[in-house]
Design a protein around this ligand. Sequence first.
Ligand code: MRU
Length: 360
Amino acid sequence: MRVKIGEETREVRTLWREGRTVWMIDQRKLPHKFEITATNHHAETADAIRNMVLRGAGAIGVAGAYGMAQAAMEAEHLKPEEFEGYLETAAERLRRTRPTAVNLFHAIDRCLRAASGPVQERVRRVVSEADAVAEEDLAASRRIGEYGAALIGDGFRVLTHCNAGALAFIDYGTALSPIRFAHRQGKKVFVYVDETRPRCQGARLTAWELQQEGIPYAVIVDNAAGYFMSRGEVDMVIVGADRIAANGDVANKIGTYEKAVLARENGIPFYVAAPRMTFDLGCGTGDEIEIEERDAEEVLGMWGVGEDGAPSRVLIAARGTPARNPAFDVTPARYVTGVITEKGVLRPPYSESIRRTFGG
Ligand code: MRU
């Protein structure tokens, strides 16, 4: 993505690898500060995923793969059995970071499967598989943009939830990729950006990306979507996904489900954009998807910066207030108009179109 930092414009990926170092944009600081940070050990990469230095299904998947590459390089002087044990332990540590986005699990498993042959060869293969995961993520996001842009008419007002943009992948994104491509093709597109409480990935990250790209948008509070839909001011909804079950049920950021129901009520097409790595064919329905429940503190307070630019947290609710904080919900497949993938737009019935396109 092209990022303007002061007077300078830079082409940058969300994360990348150089030897044993993984570089990443620190997404906790955006939009107030653009900062690149690094991890030099797979345990640090696992911490970065858990602490949401980076987030979003694709980025988490690539970080998991890079973490495996780091682990393989850390273990290159070990004997074969020790190497295997080290890699398995690293995989387990990376898996335990966040449970819902399946990209992470696919990426780790791919790296483990690649580890065959003498130790030096195993290291080479794991590293090259990790790099392949990253390059495929990039290529898939671009294809999703091309297929998805064809669905966006000139003058469309598109509503999106959370951040399934470049920052949730290596670049381009999924939900935002069709919007980017349509904009670059010269179509007029306007984006309604749900703020996406509690962590506000919409207001903080999606808005920042659209601003960088010069795409017109407005941030709206999460509970305003129905208002704009009912007034005929939304032509289409596009969201991302963290995991899609074999029957087409979609796990995505909390609040997605109600947007889908509202879209149906108002006769608005509801699209999901996601690559193959987000499909979990071993999951029959959305009921089997583990939903991450995060700290109640995220609901009870807000992070931001003061007028002086210094980060600070304010409490919204009284101290000691109980809260629940599921990070994702499941949208039943029946609400989904189509799933935009790197292989084209899948249509209902999804059990068939998913199987035909991705096997299983
Ligand atoms: O908790 P996050 O920020 O990692 O959540 C992921 C998301 O941003 C959304 O659910 C997104 O729509 C799908 S990720 C491509």
